[in-house]
Design a protein around this ligand. Sequence first.
Ligand code: FAD
Length: 309
Amino acid sequence: MSVMDILDKRAAFSFEVFPPKTDVGMEKLCGEGGVLEKLYTLNPDYISCTYGAGGTNVGKNLEVLDKIVKDGKTIGVTHFTCIGNTKEGIKEQLQTYLDHGINHMLALRGDLPFGWTGTGGDLHYATELVKFVRQEFGDKFTIAVAGSPEGHIACRSLEADIAFLKQKQDNGADYIMTQLCWDMDQFRYWLDAIRAAGIWMPVDVGIMPILDQAATINMALSRNGCVMPRALCEIISKNWIFPNPFVKDPFDADVEGKKASFKAAGIEYTINQIDEYRACGINGIHLYALNKYEDVAYIAKEAGLLDLI
Ligand code: FAD
């Protein structure tokens, strides 16, 4: 079964997890009764696992995907970046995924480490990676690619970014997984623009649940330059932890109360955003599970995602 078979028929619903750094984190995610097994109970169409650019966490990434494949409850999708890798190295690693029964990938360039001007490898862009995978492996992989509704942070223009997205399709990519985007007007503009550009690939929308103040600001601004709408900024301001949410020991007297009310408002915001996305005619919702269960399960249920299946 391929994710494309599902996307051909109906909207998909999926999760993203990341490979924990510690053994305790691995046990919590992959152990018996752990987060993965709980997520299966929600019947996601697939679960993707992130990949450290340059293969920094490839062992743990493979371990997580091995568990998903072995359990056989859903499709496992690996993220994969070409940063710092040779063609031979990429071929070898991708063959390993296939040998482990993992035949779905998100083909990425990867974020360039600070100070780098190129990937330091044989391939320079995701467009090239998609072409290479098709050349070397034919149709063995279902290939997702990244799409940035606000334009990738380093793109010279939104038009250029869309042209490269079209190139990913022409090179053999199957579907799009989007960068997070809270600016719905921009998203609708982008969706119209990619369709006008001849990009027919299904669009699976990435949603980061808004659960934590620092994580939300960090995700928006540390790499991606995402616009935060006024309504989201208001939730942050009304629950601001003094002196700021990044400080480990804040002097705010009501830290716990503010965290809780931020989370409640953020969950409501996230559910509303999923409604808006679904009303745009997108092809799937991909929830960043952040290796948690309760909050994402609540969001998925309240947003009606469990009924898609
Ligand atoms: P590309 O598509 O190669 O684009 C990079 C830049 O180059 C863009 O500005 C684009 O406009 C431009 N460009 C593209 N093609 C060409 C071309 N042929 N010629 C000239 N310019 C070109 N990173 C990780 O390290 N690990 C992960 O697991 C991970 N998961 C992600 C999941 C999703 C859903 C998304 C959206 C991103 C993820 N990322 C991850 C981040 C991603 O690696 C970064 O956004 C990275 O900076 C760009 O990757 P890309 O595949 O979009 O690059």
